[in-house]
Design a protein around this ligand. Structure first.
Ligand code: ADP
Ligand code: ZN
Length: 591
């Protein structure tokens, strides 16, 4: 089934065990990272068992994409949701009643309607899959009240195995999902959270645009997302990227629905569009061939970071998660939490999450280990695929520098922000310094060993490590903390990270066209052109025809017969019949 229909050679992670549980009629909870291959876990049982697979999914766009992809495989699949016309819905219902469907996707709000339940009562269901199952949990970040009603599925359709699937899985959320969906002694299948093909890169922000450009120069002709905090900034960065020769489109909640849909459509149907977006973009995008996710501003928490970066490289090919951050981000995010109208307890919670992320930004050894540990995956070695593993950052004894800085903060009365304190340290007699008499302080000019950028890096790390706070009520004044004293007295010492001036830039990714050798280039371009043409003809995104990895393999193996083409991963029977000849022609043409 796997090879025949889907064209894959082996199961991944826990796929096989999840499928076995469903085939045995058992409930299950499947936790896999984004891109882990959750869909296959319910699609294969739905195809193998008698009856219809019912898939509950919260995102209409995603439903359409999955149904399209299944139809490409000659599988009878459809969805029922409010975006369909009445006639189209009747047509789907007709096929459902006539037993001419193997999979049906519905939104949760639909499922709770009485007439839907009446319709569904007599359908022989093979499996019920609840996608994005964390939406049932109030612990999660995407709680949806409609999901709570899904616990009725157990009594409405007794005897039908149910499978809850999610990529979010703190232990509390897992327990909550099982309880709220009333799963019956489920098989719990948890794949590791690691996304080994994603390379984590974090740089301190010096000149964000120049840094971004250097990073993107390694991703010319590739698709990806660049996240920014503000709507305005997404527009400015997208416009600027256009002037640098990229196809870049903004996306944020302030745009009209048409513009957003148009930009999303281009992102999915073209091959190398960069979306510059606020976090409004991403949910419900299952384009598997994003080669990078870039953060120009810090996300709110490690969860958000992991979810956003997880959108890169779902096809398993190398991808980059790149981020720049600086003192300004630290100050701004702290401020956003402090000024939010939420209650104190919630703010404390948010502050805690932000601190975990900031601490992670400053780590000097493997970045992947603490990320995985955050999700309960302990005990792996250094990953070899993050900036710190690849180029271990230098650290230095920052005790004395920190003492100078804390003294300058203290002597100037804990009333000034970073810029002023740095002016005092480096001995810059600005008007403000003179007006406040700070050129007369003993600390004036004692910090000549570092430049302003160096001092800002020290301040940033002192804030993150809890030796300084930024007082929002006093215009961002730096203030000492209860820990500062021990450092000032020399009772503790402090190691600081040396910010690299010219940090690591990724080597070309194997999937990128730029590393295809000269002699293969022509064939590679021809295969991609063929895919793009077929995609337009069939009105599907290019990756629904074949993934990059499949084209890559065609290029290497150069199959010359239908049988040989079937041996390529990603080519199954249906796609062979549909597109085989066209790709064989291209390969033969290349001689
Ligand atoms: P998820 O829903 O877990 O984020 P998907 O089900 O969309 O992930 O799968 C991610 C990608 O991996 C898809 O493009 C899919 O075709 C591919 N895939 C899934 N299972 C396999 C497998 N066993 N071998 C190769 N590719 C697979
Ligand atoms: Zn690492």
């Amino acid at each position: 089934m796997l090879a025949d229909v889907f064209g894959y050679t082996a199961f991944r992670g826990e796929q096989e065990r999840a499928i076995d549980a469903a085939l045995a009629g058992r409930d299950s909870l499947v936790v896999m990272p984004t891109g882990g291959g959750k869909s296959l876990c319910f699609q294969i049982p739905a195809l193998l068992r008698d009856g219809v697979g019912l898939i509950v999914s919260p995102l209409i766009a995603l439903m359409h994409d999955q149904v399209r992809a299944l139809q490409e495989l000659n599988i009878e699949a459809a969805c029922l949701n409010s975006s369909l016309s009445h006639a189209a819905q009747q047509e789907v219902i007709g096929r459902l009643r006539a037993g001419r469907l193997k999979l049906l996707y519905v939104a949760p709000e639909r499922l709770v309607q009485a007439h839907t339940q009446a319709l569904f009562r007599d359908i022989p269901w093979s499996i019920i899959a609840i996608d994005e199952a964390h939406c049932v949990s109030q612990w999660g970040h995407d709680f949806r009240p409609d999901y709570l009603a899904l616990n009725e599925l157990a009594s409405l359709f007794p005897g039908v195995p149910r499978m809850a699937l999610t990529a979010t899985a703190t232990p509390a959320t897992r327990v909550d999902i099982v309880a709220r969906l009333a799963l019956n002694e489920p098989a719990v299948l948890i794949s590791g959270f690691d996304r080994p093909n994603i390379r984590y890169l974090v740089q301190s922000k010096t000149d964000a645009r120049r840094q971004l450009l250097r990073f993107l120069n390694n991703h010319r002709d590739e698709a990806g997302i660049a996240y920014c905090l503000s709507r305005n900034k997404t527009e400015r960065i997208a416009a600027w990227l256009e002037t640098q020769g990229f196809t870049a489109l903004p996306y944020h909640a302030g745009m009209s629905a048409e513009d957003r849909a148009a930009h999303q459509h281009r992102f999915v149907t073209e091959e190398s569009v960069i979306i510059v977006a606020t976090i409004a973009f991403g949910m419900g995008i299952d384009k598997p061939d994003l080669r990078f996710v870039a953060h120009l501003d810090l996300p709110k928490s490690i969860e958000s970071y992991y979810q956003e970066t997880g959108r890169a490289g779902r096809d398993g090919e190398p991808a980059d998660a790149w981020m720049v951050y600086g003192l300004q981000d630290v100050v701004r995010l702290r401020q956003m939490v402090d000024e939010s109208p939420a209650d104190e307890e919630y703010k404390r919670h948010e502050r805690h999450k932000l601190d975990a992320l900031l601490g992670w930004c400053e780590v000097t050894d493997c970045r992947r280990r603490p990320l995985l540990a955050y999700f309960g995956d302990e005990g792996s070695g250094p990953c070899g695929n993050c900036d710190n593993c690849l180029e271990p950052p230098a650290t230095w004894d920052g005790t004395e520098a920190a003492q100078k800085l804390l003294s300058a903060v203290y002597r100037s009365g804990q009333r000034f922000g970073a810029t002023h304190v740095v002016d005092v340290l480096v001995g810059d007699a600005t008007e403000k310094v003179v007006r406040n008499g700070h050129d007369q302080l003993s600390v004036f000019g004692i910090g000549g060993e570092l430049d302003a950028r160096g001092w800002r890096s020290v301040i940033r790390q002192l804030i993150v490590q809890g030796y300084l706070i930024v007082d929002q009520h006093r215009y961002g004044a730096l203030v000492l903390t209860e820990h500062s004293r021990a450092l000032l007295r020399g009772e503790v010492s402090l190691r600081l990270r040396e910010d690299k001036k010219d940090p690591l830039v990724r080597k070309k990714t194997p999937a990128s066209k730029s590393i295809v050798s000269e002699q293969d280039r022509e064939l590679w371009d021809a295969l991609r052109a063929c895919r793009l043409r077929l995609a337009a003809e069939h009105n599907v995104p290019p990756y629904v025809i074949f993934h990059d990895a499949t084209l890559m393999q065609m290029m290497e193996v150069r199959p010359d017969s239908p049988g040989a083409l079937l041996g390529i991963s990603g080519v199954g029977q249906a796609k062979l019949e549909r597109y085989g000849e066209q790709f064989l022609d291209v390969i033969r043409g290349a001689g």
